[in-house]
Design a binder for this molecule. Sequence first.
Ligand code: ZN
Length: 671
Amino acid sequence: MITAFMTTSAAAPAKTDDFQYANERFADLQMLRYKVEGFENLSLRQKTLIYYLSEAALWGRDILFDQNGKYNLRVRRTLEAVYTDYAGNRDSEDFKAMEVYLKRVWFSNGIHHHYGCEKFVPGFSEDFFRAAVKSIDSARLPLADGQTTEGLLDELCPVIFRPDVLAKRVNLAGGADLIKTSASNYYENVSQEEAEEYYASMKNLDDPHPVMYGMNSRLVKTPDGQIIEKKWTSGGLYGEAIKKIVGFLNLARPYAEDEKQKEVIDKLVEYYTTGDLKTFDEYSILWVQNTEPLVDFVNGFIECYGDPLGLKCSWESIVNFKNLEATKRTEILSGNAQWFEDHSPVADEFKKEEVKGITAKVINAAILGGDLYPSTAIGINLPNSDWVRKEHGSKSVTIGNLTEAYNRSAVGNGFREEFVWSKKEVELMDKYADVTDDLHTDLHECLGHGSGKLLPGVDPDSLKAYGSTIEEARADLFALYYLADKKMTELGLVPDAEAYKAQYYSYMMNGLLTQLVRITPGNDIEEAHMRNRAVIARWVYEQGKKDKVVELVKREGKTFVKVNDYKKLRELFGALLSEVQRIKSTGDFSAARDLVENYGVKIDGELHKEILERYRHLDIAPYKGFINPVYTVVKDGNGTIVDVKVDYTEGYAEQMLRYSRDYSVLPSVNE
Ligand code: ZN
């Protein structure tokens, strides 16, 4: 699972270097570059391994586009054809608005906002679009067999221009049929009830080693009423792209760092070929045990946030290598994992007797692909299978060079000065936030997600649509609770016993106020990590109200968070951790629903307006994403690879057009 995103209150340290992190801006987005620190010092073998794995990482892009919505590839290809070939006035308002729209489609891997999931509102007219598409050579358009340009336009215009068509990518709002009201392309012609029944009938709750049913297929009702799974394999749905991925995995194989890593690659290839979910579990176990190599990678159907039922996994990839210096920090935490488990405020029956093999490391990303590109996580914890995690452990990573890029690009943006209550808190954050932000992520990843256990017989999916939010809350609360523990100073992880306050303050400020900048007025909070932060911040605020633990205070019409009692705040985090773990361990669906619906969803409209207004004045893009570096192999006269070079000069549109040209084999309609 993706376990951490950068928050809007990114730290702003004073350090600078001459690498250009910030790149272009459009809509609510800021593009950044990241530096692959240490790449030059890797061995030729490691560099070559990264090169081939990065090719495999880029070949899955179209899969994600199609998973995110059945018209996405058609929309993207049509827009790209207009963008490159249009001979009319490219300075017109319509053309410029279409360019922004295309850049957003690239960024979101589809026509819905990558975070809020709502469909983009185009800033150009349908008349312009129709005329522009008709003006270019129809051979450049993604026409189906026998389809005319007019036919394509009639198909795509409602998708782009009508607000009521495919309005949300993922709908989590209770009450409606979540599948029918979600535009993501994981189900065809089936209702939520049919899908739930289909998978419930597969489950055997007595099986200690259940596969993750449904994670690698589209569920389809055929015209004769049969419900079937169309699997994503090299011979099945998305086969053309999967064959390319497999090809590059096989090219990477000889450069693997040890025999085990070769087995990992072989197993992944076997799984891509057969689609067998038992093979996927075997692969996950091999992967989690393969901790020696410096270079590591994720490549496959991994994240389930795009499916309202949380079963279907989106395709993603990251290739990375260990940052040895920063990893020392996470090794201290995982070395003490059992101590943390034993001393947590959670009831004993929900604790793990034996915490197994949490390997935590800080990595540098070398390439991002699929659901991790261009918008990305800064923390990932895998595999997702509950029993594999319990019996074989999990790998937990924080991505050091991406965090660094966020921080460097935020220098001097005025955010703290606007939203932080007083100089005292600003100083606290200046002094400690770099350390405590990283530590929060480490605790969340290395210990939080790995802690606790389900009671025997509890269905891991029993919290349904609330499961992801509760899981994120559990990991965040674990981190918050322990940041203030004297164990942190004993282990030398924080400079002193005051440091945690920087994180407590920024967490409350973000959860109560500033994360709202990411939401369009009138909308609810939808995304699991944001719901989690709202649940935590608002719950402790409510519970501590009578003692004024945390206050919302006004100054000159502006709302601020004021923390009066950090010690009590910690106790409240501990109390909520205990309750959230109980909910998870016992599968208490109604308690999960109440907690999330009461604290994590609704927004006070007045407050929202104020925060947006203040934020607007700062002129900061609420979302950021990354342009990948470009790797090129250098060969000698015999065709032998003698070096791999990394380059950072490619522009955003240039990169996206290149990917669409060079890494695109899927048909526009995938059925
Ligand atoms: Zn997490």
